[in-house]
Design a binder for this molecule. Sequence first.
Ligand code: SF4
Length: 285
Amino acid sequence: MKNTVFQTPVCQLKELNNLFIELTAKNCNQHCRHCYIDFPLNKNIKDFIPIDDIKAALSDTGEENIECIYLTGAEPMTHPDFNTVLRTCLKRSNVCIFTNGTFINEKKVRFLKRVQDESRFEIIFKLSIDHYDEVKNDDIRGRGSYRQAVHAVKSLVKYDFNPIICITNYYNEDKNTLINEFKRIFKKAGFDAQDNNFTINVYYDKTKNSEYDCEYKWNSLDCEYGRILTAKGVYCCPFLANDHRGRCGSDFKDFARHNALETSYCSSCMQNKEQLFGINFKLFQ
Ligand code: SF4
């Protein structure tokens, strides 16, 4: 008789290079159509990770080879102690800020440049904008979001930051067309973007019951090189932050180094081939 027992693949953490910190699970000033986070109807203003949890995580991971700390959310720049968190993390490694760009203007960038200059590490921006066409972009991310993001890019470039543009391919369009059109738009804004300035991710539609398919072959997954700290504990990746299926422990003193690839999110990751959240620094060498 044919053996029909289904075995979920298990992923082993190879090295903790990427430390994601979810500064807030729910607070964001945009509610994008494709966002994988479930937003509450009422805003919970206390939904911010305490800075002491972050300091404890940095201390508990002292022996790990952390190459980059990623500040994520919802929108991480809504955290009331964002500047302190940033300075604290910059003492340890490069820091990447995942942002929709709405809190970034020239004054803020001037300040962030000063903060970076005080550190031996770098601040990297992963800025979300989903379409080169303003109407199509704002249809996904909300009215005005396109102009705010382009303005943020302009301000960052003015102070010599080199932002990475994160595109969720909501309309499932040709990747080269997306990149070339964005290059054209950014050139007008003074940003001579290269191919490595773009990451294009597949759109995960959480409203549909996506098929789980463990037959995909991936190159690199976020859960192989990182873990995320949230106010509730440690999880295997940003997709599964605060989801019991991705739980790895309550802190970094003792956390799981393996996880089952059992969710439909995992199928999206595998289809994407490369890490969805972590930066491939080799592309910038
Ligand atoms: S969602 Fe992606 S990164 Fe997270 S556990 Fe699944 S495969 Fe790994």
